[in-house]
Write a protein that binds this ligand. Structure first.
Ligand SMILES: Nc1ncnc2c1ncn2[C@@H]1O[C@H](COP(=O)(O)OP(=O)(O)OP(=O)(O)O)[C@@H](O)[C@H]1O
Ligand SMILES: [Mg+2]
Length: 380
């Protein structure tokens, strides 16, 4: 047998093993539900068990599919500027029933200010769910799981940690746990289930968000901590705590639109004006910098593909000019590819919008971005 065949067989055995456990539970449950002697209270419990098992199966299938998608670079994030707090809270609440069933305390501490991240909410929820699931799985009953969120000022980073008081990770295993199919205990007779893909998927998703995922453990029996770091922004000026999209958009801003396509620029300007912004158009890229220095806008929307100076080059010049260094810069591109987004955000831009830009989304980005007013010249 070749090494590849051996690995394949091991993997198939593992999947079969993973499917068998929930299937056994579901089979028993369905048998019991057909039994007229089973009372209402028991039925309710069976229902809960069914729900949990099916959820576990769904996670397994999702993780398996994602592993393949990730290997082939096929996952595209649908990111949106959003508040981190509620997202974390929802993830923690979804893990509560499971933690309770395992008699584990589950605590969340959030900072008193709002943090904003550019994220795919579903994917980030998946990351948190994987970490919380692990924390609970590798912690004996009676243990505790603590989730914390902090903001690192000098690097503009949200630091999210999931800590547990569980079995911990031996130092020699620690560097390997993010590898695909890597498990500290991979004997089929082990207590905990799983395929060893959760962390691989989670780390990849975090990296796609421009962040990092690291693990720490003082050693066996000493618990573990998983730390997600994500580029984020902190709200400096108070918006109403739960400002609706409309309210955020309602902040009136001075906007400079730079686009060589006159029709596109005019449509965009009109849409932004309807949303309450004051808009000026500049159709020659070379004139954009002097126009911006004169106007001192709150936000500049830049087309990327322009003759003479393209959007990237222009953004660089705007950042180097002191009077526009801290201005909110939004890139407008014709391609929705993840690469463009990464490039735009990696360059001097704060936001990236794909043409045709939805006026509501754009107006909201401007309103929120300007309200958060990053310190001048600070890079993300
Ligand atoms: N909170 C934790 N405490 C102790 N060990 C952990 C913890 N989280 C992960 N590990 C170790 O890292 C390994 C890999 O984790 P990962 O989430 O990738 O796989 P899994 O949980 O075993 O299976 P799957 O997530 O595919 O269901 C685990 O098998 C375990 O050995
Ligand atoms: Mg896992």
């Amino acid at each position: 047998m070749t090494e590849l065949e051996r690995q394949r067989d091991e993997f198939l055995a593992m999947i079969a093993h993973e499917l068998r456990n929930p299937m056994a539970a579901i089979q028993n449950a369905s048998g019991l539900l057909g039994n007229p002697n089973v009372g209402a209270q028991m039925r309710e419990r069976i229902n809960k068990i069914l729900g949990r098992q099916v959820k576990g199966l769904a996670r397994l299938v999702e993780d398996l599919l994602d592993t393949a998608r990730i290997t082939h670079g096929k996952i595209e994030l649908k990111t949106e500027l959003q508040e981190l707090g509620p997202l974390v809270e929802t993830a923690v609440e979804s893990a509560r029933a499971n933690a309770k069933a395992r008699e584990q305390a589950l605590e969340l501490s959030q900072p008193p200010y709002a943090l904003y991240v550019e994220a795919d909410a579903e994917r980030l929820a998946q990351v948190l769910s994987n970490l919380l699931h692990n924390a609970s799985k590798f912690t004996p009953p009676g243990g505790a799981i603590t989730v914390g969120v902090e903001f690192e000022e000098d690097t503009d980073t949200a630091v999210l940690s999931v800590r547990d008081t569980g079995e911990g990770i031996p130092p020699e295993t620690l560097p390997k746990i993010f590898d695909l199919f890597m498990q500290a205990d991979n004997t089929l007779g082990r207590v905990q289930g799983g395929l060893g893909i959760g962390l691989t998927v989670a780390r990849r998703l975090v990296q796609m968000h421009g962040g990092t995922l690291e693990a720490r453990s003082e050693g066996v029996g000493k618990g573990s901590e998983f730390v997600v770091r994500l580029p984020a922004r902190r709200l400096r000026e108070a918006l109403p705590p739960k400002a609706s999209k409309k309210q955020r958009a309602a902040i009136s801003c001075q906007v400079l639109v730079v686009d060589d396509n006159a029709d596109a620029a005019e449509m965009l300007a009109t849409a932004l004006q309807i949303e309450g912004h004051k808009v000026q158009i500049e159709s020659h890229s070379v004139n954009a910098l002097p126009a911006a220095m004169k106007m001192k806008p709150d936000a500049i929307v830049l087309d990327i593909g322009m003759p003479e100076l393209d959007g990237y080059e222009l953004a660089g010049r705007l950042r180097r000019e002191p009077s526009t260094a801290g201005t909110l810069l939004i890139a407008l591109t014709g391609y929705g590819k993840e690469g463009d987004r990464q490039r735009a955000l990696g360059a001097e831009f704060d936001e990236h919008v794909v043409k045709p830009a939805d006026p509501d989304t754009l107006a909201e980005l401007i309103g929120t971005g300007v309200a958060m007013r990053r310190p001048k010249g600070k890079k993300r």
